[in-house]
Design a protein around this ligand. Structure first.
Ligand code: UP5
Ligand code: MG
Length: 190
């Protein structure tokens, strides 16, 4: 992908912070394609691939799937989209994800949208989502929060040090959050 000149924005934040919801809004206004790493992994799991059971176990335990699996799915989705601007939602989740993505694709993210929200509010959202996700139960949610704090926040710190993080207060109502998000995409041509 290194020679493709793709634009990538990483959309990060805790479980239930609203990454998927806001990405759907951004897509409608700014011409990006939305790639949720979690959605790609769940689709791969349901496709009956050889990695299916491994992915299912990891998601149920809130653990991070090995990056070669996730990166392969992201690369394929990018090439198949026909687009050159991507919101990558929920990836990278740890330092290893981040370094492997840069090494394999040669892509540096344009910036990072970071949705900040309290655990209390995120937990409330996840428990009332009701979309049959196997990880939306209180035991798994606690594990997801722990992995997020221990492994994913350091990735955000890494990009903060590079001046690439656009922090959004994601605890507000959906439309108010989007007003803040919109301001990160001036003129719609980033
Ligand atoms: N909602 C949204 N915004 C709201 C607002 N402002 N006010 C009130 N309600 C709001 O939103 C969650 C719920 O809240 C929805 O019902 C929504 O209507 C409401 P959503 O937009 O879905 O939040 P999101 O941040 O996308 O939450 P999600 O649960 O998808 O985040 P996770 O990061 O936990 O899940 P993901 O799918 O990215 O990953 C799942 C698992 O896959 C991981 O735990 C891991 O095991 C695995 N994974 C990897 O191993 N590697 C990867 O790279 C990615 C995933
Ligand atoms: Mg999501």
């Amino acid at each position: 992908l290194a020679n493709k000149n793709f634009t990538v924005v990483f959309v990060l934040g805790g479980p239930g912070s609203g990454k998927g919801t806001q990405c759907a809004n951004i897509v409608q206004h700014f011409g990006y394609s939305h790639l949720s790493a979690g959605d790609l992994l769940r689709a791969e799991m349901k496709s009956g691939s050889e990695n299916g059971f491994m992915i299912q176990d990891m998601i149920k335990e809130g653990k991070i799937v090995p990056s070669e699996v996730t990166i392969k799915l992201l690369e394929r989705a990018m090439l198949e989209s026909g687009n050159d601007k991507f919101l990558i939602d929920g990836f990278p989740r740890n330092e290893e994800n981040r370094a492997a993505f840069e090494a394999v694709t040669g892509i540096e993210p344009k910036f990072i949208l970071f949705f900040e929200c309290s655990e209390e509010e995120m937990q409330r959202r996840l428990l009332s989502r009701n979309q049959g996700r196997e990880d939306d139960n209180i035991e798994t949610i606690k594990k997801r929060f722990k992995v997020y704090m221990e492994s994913s926040l350091p990735v955000i710190e890494y990009y903060k040090a590079k001046g690439k993080v656009r922090k959004i207060d994601a605890a507000r109502p959906i439309l108010e959050v989007f007003e803040a998000v919109r301001g990160c995409f001036p003129r719609g041509n980033i």
